[in-house]
Design a protein. Structure first.
Length: 215
């Protein structure tokens, strides 16, 4: 099987990112970009991001998850701590997040360290989820081999009966991570492949060094 993709072309002409307009803190630029994409461009899920980890087998692995909150401190998402990504983070907390917003021709790449958030924060978010999602977090032994789809659905049905009319507690193995950035790169597509790239690097005094990179 072979397919030649060398003729695929697209000209990026929807915006610019100039160093003189870059704020001192990258989270301010992220907030601005996120707002603009969420409000002015047709995207399936603006908060969909790729999380890359170094697995226990030594290979990098990427998967898409949903960003649930961001602050000046970092980026928060939720998952099963016993999953493949959870085990990878436990061994090596250095991760990479990336957003690609094709409508706006923008990309954001974030290097940072992941750590578990406080249990009460995970409790609060878990309580806000639909009951189906709560039960799904209990039913799924994420990343483990299962016998069949039917076995998973049977487990969910049993849990629905067990917790009918009852409050569903957050499993101890499920909760949030915050990724505290040490480097954030903003990419804006430009014509002739001369894209704008602005990189923020965290310094020892917790200020950010801002550089323009060659495309």
């Amino acid at each position: 099987m072979e397919k030649d993709l060398s003729s695929y072309r697209k000209s990026y002409e929807k915006g610019e990112l100039l160093l003189k307009n870059a704020p001192e803190n990258p989270m301010e630029l992220f907030q601005k970009w996120f707002y603009e994409v969420d409000n002015y461009f047709v995207e399936d899920e603006t908060n969909a991001m790729t999380v890359s980890t170094i697995g226990l087998d030594g290979f990098p692995k990427s998967r898409v998850v949903l960003l649930k909150r961001y602050t000046y401190e970092g980026f928060i998402f939720y998952t099963n701590y016993n999953s493949e990504k959870g085990k990878a983070i436990a061994k090596n907390p250095n991760v990479c997040l990336s957003f690609f917003w094709h409508g706006a021709e923008r990309q954001v790449i974030i290097k940072g360290k992941a750590e578990k958030i406080a249990e009460n924060l995970s409790d609060g978010y878990f309580e806000s989820r639909p009951r189906g999602s709560q039960l799904g977090a209990i039913a799924s032994d994420q990343s483990k081999v299962i016998e069949s789809r039917e076995a998973l659905e049977s487990k969910l049905q049993a849990l629905e009966q067990e917790y009918e009319g009852k409050e569903i507690p957050r499993p101890e193995h499920w909760g949030g991570y915050i990724v505290k950035p040490v480097e954030i790169e903003f990419w804006q597509g430009r014509a002739n492949r001369l894209h704008d790239r602005i990189r923020y690097t965290l310094q020892e005094d917790y200020n950010w060094q801002v550089d323009r990179l060659s495309p």
